[in-house]
Design a protein around this ligand. Structure first.
Ligand code: ATR
Length: 285
C-alpha cells in the first residue's frame, strides 16, 4: 500500500542512490512508493558519499549485491571509471546515473535522457519539432541526445556560446548559440537545463523570448513553478515542471531493473509528498 512501511526480510533486495550532499533527495520516496504499489520486495535508501569515498562505495555495492544504485551529483562522470560496463548510450552522453547489477556485474546506464523525452511527450510529439535547449552542461547532453533520437531538430543555446557550439557539433544538433538567440529562433519547444532559477526568482531568458503555443519545460524543479515557467504561462505557452523529468528517469530505472512499467502517477505523488515533508529545496534527483 502506498506510504506503508516495507517489511524487510532475508529476501528483500536493497537499492539506493549515491550523492553528495544527500540533503533531502526525493528518490527514496519515489522508488519505495513504486515498490509498494507493484508489490516488489525491495527497499531504497540514500547514501551520502563524498567524492573521495566513491570507489569504496561502488566496490561495497558490488560486494553487497545492491541491485540498483542511482548516481547523482557530483558522481555521474567519475562513476564511469568504476563500473564493470558502461552502455553505449551513457558513453555517448558522457554520464552514468544508474548502476544495475547483472550477473554480479555493475552495468552503468543513463536514464536522464529518457526522463526528458517522456516528460515532454506528456504534452507534445517531438518528431520534426524544433527544440531550443538552454545550457550546455551534462544535463544538456542527455536532453539533446534524447531529443535527436526522438526525431526533433535541436539548437543549443548557452551563456557561453562556444560550449553550445561544441556540444551541438559533437552530438549532431543543428547549431549552437547564445541564450539571447532564443528570440530569433522559431522554436516549438524550449527546455532549460541550466541551473538558473534553482531556489531563485531568475530566468535564463527574458519573458519576451517566449511565445504562445510553445511548450516550455524546466529541468529545475525547486520551486516547482520557476520564473521561466511562470513567464511562459503568462505568454500563453504550455509548461512542464521539472518534476516529471525526475519521475520518468526514475521510472526508467525501475524498468531497467525489473522489466516492469513503473506507476508514474504514484511516484509523482510520492515526490510531491516528500517535498512538502522536507519543506526546503532538494538535491537534484
Ligand atoms: P549540469 O551537469 O547540471 O548541466 P554544468 O555542467 O555545470 O551542470 O552546466 C551548468 C549549465 O548552466 C551551463 O550551461 C552553464 O552555462 P556556462 O556553460 O556558460 O557556464 C549554465 N549556467 C550556470 N549558471 C548560469 C547563469 N547564471 N546564467 C546562465 N547560464 C548559467
Amino acid at each position: 500500500m502506498e506510504g506503508s512501511r516495507p517489511v524487510v526480510s532475508a529476501r528483500t533486495a536493497l537499492c539506493g542512490i549515491v550523492l553528495h550532499p544527500a540533503g533531502h533527495t526525493r528518490s527514496p520516496a519515489m522508488h519505495n512508493a513504486a515498490f509498494a504499489a507493484l508489490g516488489i520486495d525491495a527497499v531504497y535508501a540514500a547514501f551520502d558519499v563524498p567524492p573521495a569515498a566513491l570507489g569504496d562505495a561502488i566496490a561495497g555495492a558490488r560486494a553487497l549485491g545492491i541491485r540498483q544504485l542511482a548516481v547523482s551529483i557530483p558522481h555521474k562522470q567519475a562513476v564511469m571509471q568504476l563500473v564493470d560496463e558502461v552502455d553505449p548510450t551513457a558513453r555517448r552522453i558522457g554520464a552514468v546515473n544508474t548502476l544495475t547489477l547483472r550477473d554480479g556485474r555493475l552495468v552503468g546506464s543513463n536514464t536522464d535522457w529518457t526522463g526528458a523525452v517522456r516528460a515532454l511527450e506528456r504534452e507534445t510529439a517531438l518528431d520534426g519539432r524544433l527544440v531550443a535547449v538552454l545550457g550546455a552542461g551534462g544535463a544538456a547532453r542527455a536532453v539533446v541526445h534524447g531529443l535527436l533520437g526522438a526525431g526533433a531538430k535541436v539548437v543549443v543555446l548557452n551563456r557561453t556560446p562556444e560550449r553550445a557550439a561544441a556540444l551541438a557539433s559533437e552530438l549532431g544538433a543543428d547549431r549552437g548559440g547564445a541564450l539571447s538567440d532564443l528570440a530569433a529562433t522559431p522554436a516549438d519547444l524550449v527546455v532549460n537545463t541550466t541551473s538558473v532559477g534553482l531556489g531563485s526568482q531568475e530566468s535564463p531568458v527574458p519573458a519576451e523570448a517566449l511565445r504562445p503555443g510553445m511548450v516550455v519545460m524546466d529541468a529545475v524543479y525547486e520551486p516547482e513553478r520557476t520564473r521561466l515557467l511562470r513567464d511562459a504561462e503568462a505568454r500563453g505557452a504550455r509548461t512542464i515542471p521539472g518534476k516529471w523529468m525526475l519521475v520518468y528517469q526514475a521510472a526508467e530505472q525501475l524498468r531497467l531493473w525489473t522489466g516492469r512499467e513503473a506507476p508514474v502517477e504514484v511516484m509523482a505523488r510520492a515526490f510531491d509528498a516528500a517535498g512538502s515533508r522536507a519543506g526546503r529545496p532538494d538535491q537534484a534527483s
